[in-house]
Design a protein around this ligand. Structure first.
Ligand code: PLP
Length: 228
């Protein structure tokens, strides 16, 4: 199957699940995760009409996207991997959405980077819904304090993101993430519903049904990646 066929199949499934859940299809955005894949694959996806991409490393995205963004003004690149504070400025300069804000130090670095660079990428807080010690993301108990820190720093937080534990059913984590966003009164851009970033190749359809506004799909579009 080609990248273009994969994209249209996935988009059809997303639209169907939106219909099942009584949502408009525009309320669920497909992020094509192109990490480890060459720029040629991104170009094929763009030619198929895809405009939103996800990368997990700043440097890799810098190698793939600046010239494409210059050519296609409506292209959006989302950072979905962990961000080091020393890369905050580079991230702010390139990305349109940052899904992985998870600590106060990073909030401060991003806020000052936005001021010096003069760009304001939309930000989401990554929540470690499974409380896995090795995993990035703020614990659910500390979410409230982190949201307040972001507000104090003037950092726009429009939603939440999670990566459920690999060995558990994702659905309860998806439901929990959505509940957290509404319980904490997170508000999306222009007073919209909060953004909920959840669901990957194996579970994006369920994520849409459970309220995802952004699904992050890589291998189902671009094919498998070598295991790291
Ligand atoms: C790689 C990655 C994805 C996409 O994973 P697939 O299983 O290939 O769809 C989604 N989210 C994050 C945070 C990732 O790092």
């Amino acid at each position: 199957m080609s990248i273009s066929e994969n994209l249209s199949d996935i988009q059809n499934i997303i639209n169907q699940r939106c219909a099942d859940a009584d949502r408009s299809p525009e309320s669920a955005h497909l992020i094509a995760v192109s990490k480890t894949k060459p720029q040629e694959d991104v170009v094929l996806a763009i030619e198929a009409g895809q405009k939103t991409f996800g990368e997990n490393r700043v440097q890799e995205a810098e190698g793939k996207f600046p010239d494409l963004k210059a050519k296609h003004v409506d292209l959006e690149v989302h950072l979905i991997g962990p961000l080091q504070t020393n890369k905050a400025k580079d991230a702010v300069a390139l990305f349109d959405v940052i899904h992985t804000v998870d600590r106060e130090k990073l909030i401060k670095s991003l806020a000052s980077a936005m001021e010096s660079v003069g760009r304001n990428p939309k930000c989401l807080i990554q929540v470690n819904t499974g409380a896995e010690p090795q995993k990035a993301g703020v614990s659910p108990e500390d979410l409230s304090a982190l949201l307040k820190a972001a507000k104090d720093a003037g950092l726009p937080i429009y939603g939440l993101m999670c990566i459920p534990p690999a060995d558990q059913l994702p659905a309860p984590h998806f439901a929990f993430l959505k509940k957290l966003a509404y319980d904490h009164k997170v508000i999306g851009p222009n007073e919209s519903e909060p953004w909920i970033s959840m669901g990957m190749s194996g579970d994006y359809a369920d994520a849409v049904e459970l309220g995802a506004t952004h699904v992050r799909v890589g291998s189902a579009i671009f094919g498998g990646r070598p295991t790291q």
